[in-house]
Design a protein around this ligand. Structure first.
Ligand SMILES: [Zn+2]
Length: 142
């Protein structure tokens, strides 16, 4: 799993600073920006392949560098796109209050955050509280 981007605050900090809905919206915008970058880098990759025709030796060397760089950017941005999208969706699926079913109406709870380990997989549990009815539960942040 890739590390969180410094531009995307971790869940607890994002809820505290922005609220859950804004945090979720920013995660989706960020993931789709990475998708757009992946498309542009893929076009650059294809254009670099096109430029091989009739190129001199030095130009072919330079084109090889362009191919490697644009392929790396394409793969990295696709990985970020899927990570950010799946992470946001995973948390959105837990954002309904179990008691009153209010969606995204949550704030950080006063309870301390916990890390639970089951089968060797560490789970970061972010304690939240429903703004409407006060019910408390944990969001599993991977
Ligand atoms: Zn509630």
């Amino acid at each position: 799993m890739p590390a969180p981007n410094p531009l995307n605050p971790p869940l607890a900090e994002g809820i505290r600073r922005l609220g859950f809905r804004k945090w979720y919206e920013r995660e989706l915008l960020s993931s789709h920006a990475h998708m757009a970058l992946a498309v542009l880098a893929a076009v650059a990759l294809l254009a670099s392949f096109e430029a091989f025709d009739g190129a001199s030796r030095e130009e072919k060397m330079l084109n090889t560098v362009f191919v490697v760089v644009s392929a790396a950017v394409t793969l990295w941005s696709l990985q970020r796109y899927t990570y950010l999208l799946m992470h946001a969706e995973e948390l959105a699926n837990q954002a309904n209050c179990p008691r009153c079913q209010a969606y995204g109406q949550l704030r950080l709870s006063e309870r301390p955050a916990r890390t639970e380990s089951t089968d060797g997989n560490a789970q970061r549990l972010v304690p939240v509280c429903c703004k409407r009815c006060g019910f408390e539960w944990d969001l599993d942040d991977g």
